[in-house]
Design a binder for this molecule. Sequence first.
Ligand code: CTP
Ligand code: CA
Length: 226
Amino acid sequence: RHFSEQAQSLKGKKVLITAGPTKESIDPVRYFTNHSSGKMGYALAEEAEKMGAEVVLISGPSNLPVPTGVKFISIETAEEMYEQVLKYFPSADIVIKSAAVADYRPKQTFQQKIKKKDGNFIIEFERTNDILMELGKRKEHQYLVGFAAETEKLEEHALGKLERKNADMIIANDIMTKGAGFSADTNIVTIVQANQKPKKLPLLSKYETAKRILEEIVQNIIKEDH
Ligand code: CTP
Ligand code: CA
């Protein structure tokens, strides 16, 4: 099935990818989520598999078809994603965290439907675990890639995340730009790495963007091996 040389450049590598939004229940009828479609993460999973990798895709709710040949794990909450990621992390060579994980979840999930009353209603939220931050602490041989969806100061915020989370690469995108971000089929990303000038890719399909990201990772892993 795979013919070109580049198609095999991830052969023998175990790649763990997270994708999509997370979903946190407030009561049996309401939930808290975000606009992530999962497209970028699913494209990364599909392209990594084509490049010969053994891929595990851990995804929040998404309507996208599961790419062929990929081990698929479906989760809903940030906590479930945390548990599954930690389970597959030790054996992974490359981890790409493209999921849009909730930073907060309702402090209390009501067992019965909340009934309306007069006046305002206040929901208290608590912090979720930062999965990428935790992976950064536990990192051994793994190559760690995070994403950063920003609305301003793209490179500055991405560099901050790279350092804070001990990641090897941050894929930053400006979600306010037309043709980039959540449900679009295209993206405009900037690849941010330590001690390197950020590399801004042009407007590309999410598949083409995925290929470029994976090629950049492959280059860096080759450098590390020598
Ligand atoms: N991330 C994570 N766990 C969380 C929140 C974020 O693993 N609880 C990961 C995302 O998957 C992404 C990276 O951290 O790869 C950056 O996510 P982002 O939301 O851009 O950054 P935050 O650190 O959450 O900062 P903020 O939302 O305040 O910009
Ligand atoms: Ca966040």
